[in-house]
Write a protein that binds this ligand. Structure first.
Ligand code: PLP
Length: 478
C-alpha cells in the first residue's frame, strides 16, 4: 500500500468534513496528534489499520438491514449480505467456530445477545415457547407474567469485579445484574489466581444456569477446559467473554485448554481490543445455539451497522494473516518485559506477573490510590486506567490498582527493550508522587503532588521512546 494513498484518503476525507463543520475536522486531526504523542497503555485499546478505519466511513452507514444474511426485513441488502457473510466467514475460520454472529454493536450487546440466546434455549417456559413460534398475539396476560418470572430469576456465576470480572457478568450497575440472580467467584487471596476448586464448590452450591469465564483485569491465562468440566458437572451453560484476549486466541498464543472456543458453549468478544478491529462485538457458538443467537436483532439489537461489519471483515481478514500471530506473541513478550521491569524496580503486581496482554500494579505499595497514580501518570504523558485489585480497600472509584496493557504499543512496533524503559518511567512517576490531604488534614484519595518539572521530563522521555515508532506512518495530514 503506498503511503500516498493513505494520506490522500484521510486528507481528502478531512477536507470534505471541514467544508461542513470545521470543528469536527479539527477534532479528528487533534485526536491523531494526541494518540501519536501519548504512551498508550490502556489494556483495552489499540490502533486499527487504515483499511479498517476507511471501511467504516461510507454509505454502508445509510442502510437498514434487520434480519440475517439472505433473510432481511428490508429490500436491497445484497451488499450488506456480502460484507456480513464475509465477516462471519473470517470469524469462523479464524477462531474455528461453527457459527459467528457479527452484528453486535459492542461487547455489552454481544453479551446480551448471548444471555438471551441461552435463556431462550434453556429455560423451560411454555409461554416463551409460544412467543418463539411467533404466536405472540396468543399470549395471555398470565403467560406474560409467567414469562417474566421464569426468565428473570435465573442464576449466573461469574468472576467478581475486584478479581477482574466485567460489569456485564451480572453486576448491579449493568442490566445483567438486574436480569440474573448473580454470585461471583474470586481469586485466591494469597496468589491472586483463580482457585478452580473454589469455583467448583461455588457452582455446586449455587447451581447456576450460566457459568461465565473471561475478564477485564485478570493478568493470567484461564483454563477453560476445567471451567467447562465444572459447568458440565452442574448442568450449566458455559459462556466465555474473551473481549480482552480475543487477539491472543486469534494469534494462537492461547491454545489447548486456554482457547475458549472448543470448550465453551458460547463465546462473546469485542472486536476493538487486542483483536485490533473496529469498535464492535461478536458472538461465536456451535450449531445448537446458532438460531437463538441469530435472533439478536430484534431481541436486544436494532438494525445492524453495515459499515462496521465491513470493517470487521477487513480486520478479521488481517487477523488471519501469519503476521498477526507474530503480533500476538509480541504483545505477551512485551507485557512480560513490562512486568519484569516493574518487579525489578520494586513494584507490587497482582499475581506477581502476567501471561497475557495486561499487568495490574498494586499502587498501595507507593502509598497512592489508583486515582492518584492514574492522574500523575497522565500528567507525565503516560495514559493508563485505574482498576480495582482483589479485595480492594479503596472501592471501584478510587481503587488501589493501575491496569496497563501492551496491545497498542506493540502495534506501534515497540519491543521488550522499550518496555523496560516504560517500566522505568512508570516507576519514576509513582515513586515521586505523594498522596495529598483534604482541607481538614485527613488523607485525600484524589489529591497528590508531583513536581511538574519531573512530569515534563518524563513526558519528553515518553515522546522520545515513541519517536522511532510513528503511529500510522503512512498518514500525513499536513
Ligand atoms: N466484556 C469485557 C470482558 C470487557 O472488558 C468489556 C469492555 O471493557 C466489555 C465486555 C464491553 O465492551 P463494550 O465497551 O464494547 O460494550
Amino acid at each position: 500500500m503506498s503511503q500516498n494513498a493513505e494520506s490522500t484518503a484521510f486528507r481528502s476525507a478531512l477536507e470534505v468534513i471541514r467544508a461542513v463543520e470545521p470543528r469536527v475536522a479539527d477534532a479528528i486531526g487533534a485526536e491523531l496528534t494526541d494518540q501519536r504523542e501519548s504512551l498508550k497503555l490502556i489494556a483495552s485499546e489499540n490502533y486499527a489499520s487504515p483499511a479498517t478505519l476507511l471501511a467504516m466511513g461510507n454509505w454502508f452507514s445509510d442502510k437498514y438491514a434487520e434480519g440475517t444474511v439472505g433473510r432481511r426485513f428490508y429490500a436491497g441488502c445484497q451488499n450488506v449480505d456480502t460484507v456480513e457473510a464475509l465477516a462471519a466467514e473470517h470469524a469462523r475460520e479464524l477462531f474455528g467456530a461453527a457459527h459467528a454472529y457479527v452484528q453486535p454493536h459492542s461487547g455489552i450487546d454481544a453479551n446480551l445477545v448471548a444471555f438471551w440466546a441461552v435463556l431462550a434455549d434453556r429455560v423451560e417456559s411454555p409461554a416463551l415457547k409460544k412467543a418463539q413460534v411467533r404466536q405472540v398475539n396468543d399470549l395471555t396476560e398470565a403467560d406474560w407474567f409467567a414469562l417474566r418470572r421464569e426468565l428473570g430469576n435465573q442464576r449466573m456465576l461469574g468472576m467478581s469485579l475486584d478479581a477482574g470480572g466485567h460489569l456485564t457478568h451480572g453486576f448491579r450497575p449493568n442490566i445483567s445484574g438486574k436480569m440474573f440472580d448473580q454470585r461471583s467467584y474470586g481469586t485466591d487471596p494469597a496468589t491472586g489466581l483463580i482457585d478452580y476448586d473454589r469455583v467448583a464448590e461455588a457452582a455446586r452450591e449455587f447451581k447456576p444456569l450460566i457459568l461465565v469465564g473471561g475478564y477485564s483485569a485478570y493478568p493470567r491465562k484461564v483454563n477453560f477446559r476445567i471451567l467447562r468440566e465444572i459447568a458440565d458437572s452442574v448442568g450449566a451453560t458455559f459462556m466465555v467473554d474473551m473481549a480482552h484476549f480475543a487477539g491472543l486466541v486469534a494469534g494462537k498464543v492461547f491454545t489447548g485448554d486456554f482457547d475458549p472456543v472448543p470448550h465453551a458453549h458460547i463465546v462473546t468478544t469485542t472486536t476493538h481490543k487486542s483483536l485490533r478491529g473496529p469498535r464492535g462485538g461478536m458472538v461465536l457458538c456451535g450449531p445448537e445455539l446458532a438460531d437463538q443467537v441469530d435472533r439478536g436483532c430484534p431481541m436486544v439489537l436494532g438494525g445492524p451497522l453495515p459499515h462496521v461489519m465491513a470493517a470487521k471483515a477487513v480486520a478479521l481478514a488481517e487477523a488471519r494473516r501469519p503476521d498477526f500471530a507474530d503480533y500476538a506473541s509480541r504483545i505477551v513478550a512485551n507485557s512480560q518485559a513490562l512486568a519484569e521491569g516493574l518487579l525489578r524496580r520494586g513494584a507490587a503486581l497482582v499475581t506477581g506477573g502476567t501471561d497475557n496482554h495486561l499487568v495490574l500494579i498494586d499502587v498501595s505499595g507507593y502509598g497512592l490510590t489508583g486515582r492518584q497514580a492514574e492522574q500523575a501518570l497522565l500528567d507525565s504523558g503516560i495514559v493508563t486506567n485505574r482498576n480495582s485489585v482483589p479485595q480492594d480497600p479503596n472501592g471501584a472509584w478510587y481503587t488501589s490498582g493501575i491496569r496497563i496493557g501492551t496491545p497498542a504499543l506493540t502495534t506501534r512496533g515497540l519491543g521488550t527493550a522499550e518496555m523496560d524503559q516504560t517500566a522505568e518511567l512508570i516507576h519514576t512517576v509513582l515513586a515521586q508522587t505523594t498522596a495529598g490531604a483534604n482541607a481538614d488534614g485527613t488523607p485525600s484519595k484524589a489529591k497528590y503532588t508531583l513536581d511538574p518539572a519531573l512530569a515534563d521530563k518524563v513526558s519528553r522521555q515518553a515522546t522520545d521512546l515513541l519517536a522511532p515508532h510513528p503511529l500510522y506512518p503512512g498518514i500525513n495530514l499536513a
